[in-house]
Design a protein. Structure first.
Length: 218
């Protein structure tokens, strides 16, 4: 619900690891406080900015002030051991149980479709069976139609684009990296040919891996 986790995307550029699988995890947030506190005692809420964004409508409805923290479980832990006046945390039910906090609101996320996509990373690629995806990163030349000509290599081979997102390329001022996912595996001829054609057109290219889609059912 809160969009891209930017540090994770930046890490994909610098890492030598390959994507081995994707996992779609339903995220359920709880609003929690030290035992004995009620929602009426709370003014501030601490959590990771992604969690705060995913609960923004409920925070506004309750009239609570969001304060960013380094992560959700850390917010719960510190709330349990430190004196924080009029403060609650957003974290998982497990965090509340672990640190002895009382859950004030369950399913505090704004929508029940709140889901985060994770990559399983490893040093070697894994065999891809069933419905698969391939992920790449590239930057194009700075001229009209450059991005179109790259994406056309997928379209011409009937490869379905499932995601595209851009991020500033830190190594070159005013250049942008494109993170692209499309259906298929590098073991397929058309995917292999498409990757070769795209890499020839790009000033920077990185293959992140072919992996089983989380939507694949056994």
């Amino acid at each position: 619900l809160a969009g891209t986790v930017i540090p994770a995307y930046d890490a994909l550029v610098d890492s030598d690891l390959l994507v081995q699988a994707e996992v779609m995890l339903r995220i359920e947030h709880c609003l929690m406080a030290p035992k004995g506190k009620t929602i009426c005692d709370i003014k501030y809420v601490i959590s990771h900015h992604q969690a705060l964004s995913q609960c923004s409508e409920h925070l506004e409805k309750e009239g609570l002030v969001a304060k960013e923290y380094y992560d959700t479980a850390g917010a719960a832990k510190d709330l349990a051991v430190c004196e924080m006046e009029s403060t609650a945390a957003i974290a998982s039910e497990l965090a509340a149980e672990t640190y002895g906090l009382e859950i004030l609101r369950r399913n505090f996320e704004d929508l029940d479709t709140n889901t985060t996509r994770f990559f399983l990373m490893g040093r070697e690629s894994m065999p891809c069976i069933g419905k698969c995806k391939t992920s790449i990163i590239f930057t194009t030349e700075h001229k009209p139609g450059a991005l179109f000509s790259v994406l056309r290599e997928l379209s011409d081979r009937n490869l379905n684009l499932t995601k595209i997102e851009s991020r500033p390329f830190k190594r070159e001022m005013w250049h942008y990296l494109f993170f692209v996912d499309f259906e298929g595996t590098v073991a397929d001829r058309q995917v292999k040919e498409g990757i070769k054609a795209i890499s020839d057109r790009c000033s920077y290219f990185k293959f992140l891996g072919s992996y089983r889609s989380a939507n694949y059912e056994m």
